[in-house]
Design a protein around this ligand. Structure first.
Ligand code: 3H9
Length: 694
């Protein structure tokens, strides 16, 4: 018996308890222990029924991701779960926590399932570039029907215990203690003389095959570029079209094994690991105690400030929300209530939960009320002078030890720290718009930020459901600094003759949700023009010359909101090519004596993406990003860099830094602009035949 699984029998009820912290993953020791428990149960005539459950905070959360890519040791999960089918006495899974992937498959291979009321179920394999390889694509449709199975298997989402029971995936929900309820359930099975109920004995549902085509179409839109969801759909279809159960299981596992070694799964597993790695800040002492944050404050209630208030209140944090004046405060309170009311109307938020959130918000127009806060997030207008005044005030009115964080996107936090008179307490917490929705949070460590402040904002970010990534101080931090290089290159490409549609298409085809020029139109060209103005002193003559945004703003073309920007928009905001943009580009070329040329998709893609890779290398060189992990996680979650390419640094490593460098050197020679000077780190790593990751 492996020590990760205990086995005991009492009153004819056998129990196999898996104990493999932190998430009871199906590591080799667990598989071996389960195989052993199963054999003992089968061989023990006194044991009438077997319960499989897990110790700790969750039922099995899937295969052990850390074993992927290594040689698999028997018993492998699919084969082990087939053995459950062959047992001739009933097996009950008693599940709690997150029943995911291989864990859900284990539960479905058991003959009955009883769930804790708070349990959640899902097949997240597609998010790792895989498909459920241990029977999920074959067992789930037999219990739940085609539509639910397709949804769960290809979408990677989760459902709660009640929904799982309604769908037929769970037989009972435990009332109170799960272990006790499972024993009662098992005893009832025995007394009612119920035997095993195997998924393989159930027929595939005779649901409409049109569901496959509909799913394929919708996945093509929603999961553009990703192969795993479509492969998962194909795997369900194999069984649906009549391949015998055991053979379909073998085919499913063969597909899954092939996918493990594919580039998309490697990239997605890299992002999964990197998202956990960024929580561990290098150099912070492990025994550092974070500061206690019971009450937060937000000062400045524009779009960002309101979103931050919503994020905090939704996460259960009491917030003191300080507006400029009563009108500003009233407008913010009204806007917040309106947004939550619309969620209540749509049924995605309970009225009681909305009331609880509103009750956590205390409005004020007096910064002195922030004396009660343990952490204050400043979100006033993006103007250094205004922010300096606010930080001077915060330094006075807050109690010693209160953390003062700025939500600035690009201003110098060291200057704000100096203004506060309390530099050790000052840091950045840069939320992304909409702040109550976007997961990424760039936490910024300034020159004098105290280590326990860093530890606090990292822990607090996680507490409010965000994905915090640490950055140092620079113009734009990680995401906006890298994004600004892509925008700059996009403007240069327009100057040279590429159409906005051609540029955006390349970026969409690579897997981003939106191209750079369509994104500018969405955000507002006035916002982009203001950002360019703030950087004008440091801009090269060529950047200043590529002033399309300024020209459009001067003509009243601000993007989607005025119906015209790079593109023309109809009343439904549907974009079409804008003749005014063509005219503007032609006039610009004539004015500056530029010759327009055809630019191919490869050049567009390499220039836009390598500009970001090179900037990422500079962020590492300068110590702004502690590791490449921070960059990949921030770009995937902040800018929508497709996770299935692993983020810019992982992607560049896969291409080979020598090749990336050679292309950058070529651009430098062709463009004759300092902008393409490769980062010293890139030159060094490429020379040593290494990647950004060790
Ligand atoms: C699969 O099952 C394939 C099968 O269909 C077919 C096989 C043939 N393995 O996220 P957290 C670690 S594919 C190994 O911070 P939380 C994680 O790295 C799998 N390790 O906790 C971290 O380690 P560290 C399908 C795992 O409470 C620690 O646990 N399943 C695994 O916020 C804590 O993680 C999934 O994709 C794993 N499977 O969230 C589920 N999972 O401390 C993936 C986690 O060293 N997991 N770790 O950094 C999750 O979604 C979340 O971890 C979970 C807990 C919701 C479970």
């Amino acid at each position: 018996m492996g020590e990760m699984v205990s086995y005991a029998v009492e009153d004819g009820i056998a129990e196999a308890v898996i104990d493999n912290p932190p998430v009871n993953a199906a590591s080799h020791g667990v598989r071996a222990g389960l195989a052993d428990a199963l054999a003992r149960f089968q061989g023990d005539a006194g044991a009438r029924v077997l319960i499989v459950r897990c110790a700790g905070k969750t039922f099995m959360a899937g295969a052990d991701i850390k074993e992927f890519g290594k040689p698999m040791i028997d018993p492998q999960l699919p084969e082990l779960l087939k053995r459950f089918d062959r047992v001739d006495k009933p097996i009950v899974a008693a599940v709690h926590g997150t029943v995911l992937g291989g864990g859900f498959e284990l539960a479905l291979a058991c003959h009955y399932r009883i769930a804790d009321a708070a349990a959640r179920f899902g097949f997240p394999e597609v998010k790792l570039g895989l498909l459920p390889g241990a029977g999920g694509t074959q067992r789930a449709p037999r219990f739940a029907g085609l539509a639910t199975a397709i949804d769960l298997v290809t979408g990677g989402g989760q459902i709660g215990a009640a929904a799982a029971k309604d769908a037929g995936l769970v037989d009972a929900i435990a009332d109170g203690d799960l272990a006790q309820a499972a024993r009662d359930f098992a005893r009832a099975l025995v007394s009612e003389g119920k035997g095993p109920r195997r998924a393989g004995d159930l027929p595939m549902p005779e649901d409409d095959p049109a569901l496959f085509d509909a799913a394929r179409k919708s996945l093509g839109r929603k999961m553009r570029g990703q192969t795993a969801p479509l492969m998962a759909l194909d795997a369900i279809r194999i069984g649906y079209e009549g391949l015998p159960f055991d053979e379909a299981l073998d085919r499913e596992y063969a597909l899954c094994r092939d996918m493990v070694t594919g580039p998309q799964s490697r990239a997605l597993r890299h992002i999964f690991a990197a998202e956990r790695e960024v929580a561990k800040v290098p150099g912070l002492p492990a025994d550092l105690t974070p500061r206690d944050v019971r009450t937060a404050g937000v000062i400045g209630l524009g779009v960002m400030g309101r979103g931050i208030v919503m994020a905090l209140a939704s996460a259960g944090v009491p917030v003191i929300a300080v507006g400029l004046d009563q009108a500003h405060l009233d407008a913010a309170t009204k806007a917040i209530a309106k947004m939550w009311s619309s969620s209540v109307a749509k049924g995605s938020l309970a009225q009681g939960e909305m009331d609880a959130r509103m009750a956590r918000i205390t409005g004020s127009t007096d910064p002195a009320d922030l004396a009660a806060a343990d952490l204050v997030i400043e979100a006033v207008s993006e103007d250094l002078g205004v922010k300096q005044t606010v930080f001077a005030t915060l330094g006075q009115v807050t109690k010693p030890g209160t953390i003062l964080a700025s939500n600035t996107s690009f201003l110098d936090i060291d200057t704000l720290a100096a203004a506060s008179g309390r530099a050790a307490d000052v840091c950045g917490m840069h939320f992304f718009n909409p702040a109550h929705v976007m997961r990424l949070l760039e936490n910024v460590r300034a020159a004098e930020t105290a280590p326990d402040v860093v530890a606090t904002i990292m822990a607090f970010g996680k507490r409010i459901g965000k994905l915090p990534v640490l950055s140092g101080v620079c113009d734009g931090f990680i995401v906006n600094r890298m994004l600004s290089k892509r925008s700059r290159e996009a403007f240069f490409l327009v100057e040279e003759g590429a159409s906005p549609a051609a540029i955006d298409k390349v970026v969409l085809d690579y897997g981003f949700p939106m191209g750079p020029l369509a994104l500018g139109d969405l955000a507002g060209l006035d916002i982009q023009a203001a950002a360019r103005k703030s950087r004008a002193a440091k801009a090269s003559p060529r950047e200043l010359r590529a002033d399309f945004v300024e020209q459009m703003v001067a003509a009243g073309r601000l993007g989607q909101k005025t119906g015209s920007g790079w593109y023309a928009y109809d009343e439904t905001r549907k974009a079409s090519p804008n003749p005014e943009t063509d005219a503007l580009v032609a006039a610009h070329a004539e004015r500056h004596g530029l010759r327009l040329r055809e630019i191919g998709a490869d050049e567009i893609r390499e220039r836009l993406l390598y500009a970001m890779v090179n900037e990422g290398a500079k962020l590492l060189d300068e110590g702004i990003a502690p590791r490449p992990h921070e960059i990949d996680v921030a770009m995937v979650n902040g800018l929508g860099w497709p996770a299935y390419t692993g983020g810019p640094m992982h992607w560049a490593d896969q291409i080979g830094l020598d090749k990336v460098l050679a292309t950058i050197e070529r651009f430098r020679a062709e463009q004759g602009d300092d902008y393409w000077t490769p980062s010293p780190l890139l030159v060094r790593l490429a020379g040593e035949g290494r990647g950004f990751y060790a």
